[in-house]
Design a protein. Sequence first.
Length: 408
Amino acid sequence: MSVIPPRSREEAPPLPPLLPPPRADRGRRRLPLRLGAEDRDVLWLYLLTRASLWITAYGASWLFPADAGARDAGPVLAPFERWDWGHFLNVARDGYFPAGSGPWNAEWDNREAFFPGFPLALRAVHTVVPSWTAAGLLISFVAGGIAVLALVRIARLYLPDPHAGRRTAQLLLLSPCAVFLATGYSESLFLALALPAWLAAHRRAWPLAAVLAALATTVRVSGLFLAAALALHFVLTARTRSDWRPLPWLALPAAPAALYAWYLHARTGDWMAWKHAQERGWYRHFHAPWDAWSNTWASAFDEVLTTGYAFMFQAELLAMLVGLALVALLVRRRRWPEAVYVGLSLWALGTSYWYQSIPRATLLWWPLWITLAAWTLRSPRFRTAYVCLAAPLSTLFALTYLTGRWAG
């Protein structure tokens, strides 16, 4: 981990711009694919943080068993078999509607709320990895490595400092919700597709960007937010007639969502089956943003829920404030595509009955980690403060997930 020597107030450089001007374009220059020294350092950090999470998972299974009198910690991979993992596993193993079951059954698990990209990858890897859990962890492990390398390259485009890429990756890997990059969840796979798509857009390789964004949309609905940001980036950077020729490609990311809606309609008769599953299972009915804030605040501080649930709602409120501040900063700096991407994510997550999954969504906001990297490069004290504050939160969040207490 590199250390930036302290500077006097007079020597402190101005805060680096969040993005270079669109036409100071590093766009047509081919980005290197081979690994440099910084890439190897980042991969080494990635391996170390994965090892730390695996050690935490092993220790948690022995120190915090569900049964206080247990004499056996259980299967070594059991701490990773929590919450959404069960839905991904059910889809990969049994399909969306096994044996004619579906939302018309009283005990239905609403699995159609999850897009098919990760379950399809899980089923494919399971053909060579017998353990479903190990297969899911392997997908996230490989995808996470690709994602951090792509993030390093994006940070180099955004910030002039030679340490920018390494610093940005550090901040992401030490972030409070980083445990979800190491589990059998969809965040790592999404980032492994979305971040290269953003890089391809900066190279003006629009067909490649569109294909990657379409693949990202098979994994999470956030792929549509990425597609909107890519489209705006295209409009803002296109100048000549030849620049506009790839425009039809930008419709491609909508195809997976449309095909999934068609499939669900064919099985359920409901074009909005995905959204209705979200509503049934996770209270994602539309509510005005101020009502969602009020309901979340009451759940966090009015002692209507147990302390475990209340703490998670407090984290939701904090993550929403961070997201709003990020959007305001992006708008102030006229980084419109990034503001659209994060803003649409906040709108989707902030208009339910109450907030859910916003802390996890911060992992997908790469402008956040690049902005924080810029601040840490300017001020070593900010970097120290971030590490000191993020470390306990990362530990708490990892333990709450690995011990089955994430949602109370």
